[in-house]
Design a protein around this ligand. Sequence first.
Ligand code: FES
Length: 114
Amino acid sequence: MQTTNNQQNWVEVGRIEDIPLLGARLVKSPKGDIAVFRTQGDEIFALRDKCPHKGGPLSQGIVHGKKVACPLHDWKIHLDTGLAVAPDEGCAARFPVEVRDGLIYLSLEPDSGR
Ligand code: FES
């Protein structure tokens, strides 16, 4: 993991191809584990690797559309907001993520949730 020079708090976490389609990659950060997801359409999202239900590892879930199913009790979490799909309630922290030239950059500062 390398910090880029021009933007503090953004780290490069590898190439988009490093993450399997409909899968996730776990990024360890000093502020906790972050799950970086890849959708079928090659969109990338990042959430805290902690289900808002009972803390299940979202990085081990399966991506469907723009949601991930938690491996523990199958809650569905919206990748773009971190919110649980109703009727479940809760929110996983969302982290800004960008893809530039096939490389994924992740901000370690969450922009929503816990
Ligand atoms: S911990 Fe994720 S659904 Fe229960």
